[in-house]
Design a protein around this ligand. Structure first.
Ligand SMILES: CC(C)(COP(=O)(O)OP(=O)(O)OC[C@H]1O[C@@H](n2cnc3c(N)ncnc32)[C@H](O)[C@@H]1OP(=O)(O)O)[C@@H](O)C(=O)NCCC(=O)NCCS
Length: 157
């Protein structure tokens, strides 16, 4: 039986399905395309966790977690500030509003808990097309920081 929803590792068999995931045209400024995320996943290796979201056999989205990134990497002389969390979340335009985003965040939270992490950090675009209400609805709270032009938020696990 096909699982209702599942996350799949990216493989030679499903990579084209992952690359074909596209958000709505008016949301493209809010998230990088999957191709960029997969290039970063290659470069960051074990610190990136890219997954295809499948629902009833269909590829419906892409999610990528990050582990142990130093949020102070560009602050000269600062102590390392290692965090883990959600790096990218792209739900295909035709499949939004059906709980896939919520599922992906819960799956990343479960993976972080499994690794002993107690908070899930993410950043989101503010302004037009912002997913802020989505994250606040899931229990994320702004930390008061900005990362470039994105708001930093976290979910206590
Ligand atoms: C934001 C996004 C990930 C949400 O995914 P989704 O699968 O459509 O969301 P879900 O169906 O899981 O929604 C979960 C809840 O959030 C709410 N929600 C979803 N998108 C929302 C939005 N943009 N604003 C407010 N609430 C939103 C839903 O109504 C639902 O609430 P409910 O359970 O009370 O009904 C998706 O719209 C997307 O890929 N957007 C473009 C890219 C983007 O902004 N990604 C985030 C990068 S930081």
């Amino acid at each position: 039986m096909t699982a209702e929803r599942a996350l799949e590792e990216i493989t030679p068999e499903n990579v084209d399905e992952a690359l074909a995931i596209e958000v709505r045209a008016d949301q493209r400024h809010a998230v990088s395309p999957v191709a960029k995320s997969l290039a970063e996943a290659y470069a960051f290796d074990q610190r990136a966790w890219p997954r295809l979201i499948r629902h009833q056999g269909q590829a419906v989205g892409f999610v990528m977690a990050f582990f142990d990134f130093d949020f102070n990497y560009n602050k000269i002389g600062a102590e390392p500030d290692l965090r883990s969390g959600l790096w990218r979340l792209n739900i295909a335009a035709a499949h939004q509003g059906r709980g896939h985003g919520r599922f992906a965040v819960a799956a990343v939270a479960a993976e972080l808990r499994r690794r002993g992490t107690t908070r899930l950090t993410t950043t989101w675009h503010v302004g037009d097309g912002s997913p802020e209400s989505f994250y606040l609805g899931l229990g994320f709270r702004p930390t008061g920081e900005m990362s470039d032009d994105e708001r930093v938020g976290e979910l206590r696990l």
